[in-house]
Ligand binder design. Sequence first.
Ligand code: PGA
Ligand code: ZN
Length: 417
Amino acid sequence: MSSIIEDVIARKIFNNRGEETIEVDVITTAGFGRAAAPAGKSRGKTEVIYYPTGGVDAAIKKLDEQITPELAGLNADFQEEIDDTLHEIDGTTNFKNIGGNTAFAISLANAEAAANSHSLLLFQFLGGTAANTLPYPLGNCISGGQHAKGKSPDIQEFLALPHGAETFLEAATANTLIHKKIGETLRKKDKTFNAGKSDEGAWIANIDQADAFETIAKACEEVGNEMDFECGFGIDIASSSFWNEKTQLYEYANEGTNRDTGEQLEYVKDLIEKYHLTYVEDPFHEEDFQSFAQLTKQTKNCLICGDDLFTTNNERLSQGIKIKAGNAIIIKVNQIGTLTDATETMQNAQRHGYSCVMSHRSGDTTDWHIAHLAVAFNCPVIKTGVVEGARIAKINELLRIEQFLGNRAKMADLKVI
Ligand code: PGA
Ligand code: ZN
């Protein structure tokens, strides 16, 4: 089957926040692919630029005038060539001219079009016959930080990780039960609770940080007992969002506490020990590789994951690898632009024993590609919420993949646990 690109078409659609975003169709002589770009709210400083000046409209114009004519006639099977062409047309290091989200949507739509041209699903096309491992779903249950309002915790996300599940369906089921239980507890704890949820479908409540920890710990324990397997949990501190460069302090405004770097290290270590956390993301601000290294050295059985720290950027990851900063990396393809760039980062991570956590963004669509990427690239964890349409699109696609694989399907090896 031939996968020669005949046309690339872009349109404006909306994400779950009602923000404009770009969706791209790639049409080949034998197949079709479609992808839409997500958007972050607590973005890393070193992410690529999402759109050229003029936003989505300007991006679509550039695609029509400059990109489609260059891509037409190329073979979609050669992802690297497609992505290199996008870099060449852009001509900058941060996709400032065509927009990282434009590159993302073309890159993913191209991969799907190539897979479709060969009558394969995306995960099979990218991962081959070895791609039979399902990731554990890391699901946001309580929102704080930049994802919430009011007196919610300063920590951005409290995330269930049902790491004892034997199938993806069991794991996803556990997450829905944990999420539901937490809602019931919050209703009792918080007089002002009105069942509000964040963009990622996690509960928003006026509770303090300690209450949030107790609530999710109890829900995980109870669901673990009901389902007869271990359900752990973790946090995304997203600490860049409350690190004050001037005072050199982590300012937990709602908690009313400031912590310097040393105190932050001790605090996070205590949390890991007290709640048996299996996952901690961005415990230090995005330039503090050293503290990531110290925490990684001083803890065990916990994924210490860099999101804003690495921004899916291979050079930043290499900087971290040198001093063993963290043992896991968030993969958000639109932080870096193309699938080829993200693949290089994932391969580097895996070579050096880092776990890859495939991730959604808080602003997202029903695009399900990350479900396939997680399986194709053997990621042990996928971070994609528990409820809310954009999250469920990914979870449900993984359920389809699990069914498709039948008895070849297995759950990932979550090394640290
Ligand atoms: P986002 O952040 O709002 O940038 O998607 C989510 C996260 O910090 O993991
Ligand atoms: Zn994060």
